[in-house]
Design a protein around this ligand. Structure first.
Ligand code: TYD
Length: 140
């Protein structure tokens, strides 16, 4: 999918001393990091996300346990399982996302390219499809 990809982070260390992963803005993470937040203590049956962003870029990293992320660009849908500390999922603008399969031990870390702005959210799926259509018209 064009606006989403897995990023493999470089681990420093070994099994004898443990590992360290360093993430720098505009390097491993393909944007300037302006905000960091994390989601935790989410009951198994709960779905989070259920929105897209107009401009925001994010990288999602599962810090503990595993979680599934459904991504949808309006044409193609994909399910990605995040369960590894050295993998991040980059999600660009105009991607509908749903996070599920949590559990009390799951911690999902999110790095974001901008401050929180409710006006950047599209929380209605039909509105998202309209947004994609308009975007495609202007870009062709
Ligand atoms: P939301 O992004 O909808 O959460 P999720 O995608 O995990 O389901 O945000 C949930 C609530 O938290 C919503 O009321 C907005 C608020 N919020 C902030 O105040 N600041 C933030 O940085 C984020 C991400 C959310």
């Amino acid at each position: 999918m064009k606006n989403c990809r897995i990023i493999n982070f470089k681990k420093i260390g070994n099994n004898d001393v443990g590992f360290l992963i360093a993430l720098e803005g505009n390097r491993e993470v393909p944007f300037n990091i302006k905000r960091v937040y994390y989601i935790y203590n989410v009951p198994k049956e709960i779905k989070r996300g259920l929105h897209a962003h107009k401009r925001l870029e994010q990288v999602l990293i599962c810090m503990s346990g595993s979680v599934k992320i459904k991504i949808d660009d309006g044409n193609e849908k994909k399910i990605i399982e995040l369960n590894n500390l050295n993998k991040g999922l980059y999600i660009g603008p105009a991607i509908w996302r749903e996070m599920y399969g949590f559990g009390k031990s799951v911690v999902l870390l999110i790095l974001a390219s901008d401050y929180y702005d409710e006006n950047d959210y599209i929380r209605d799926y039909e509105e998202f499809l309209e947004f994609i259509k308009k975007r495609n018209l202007y870009s062709s």
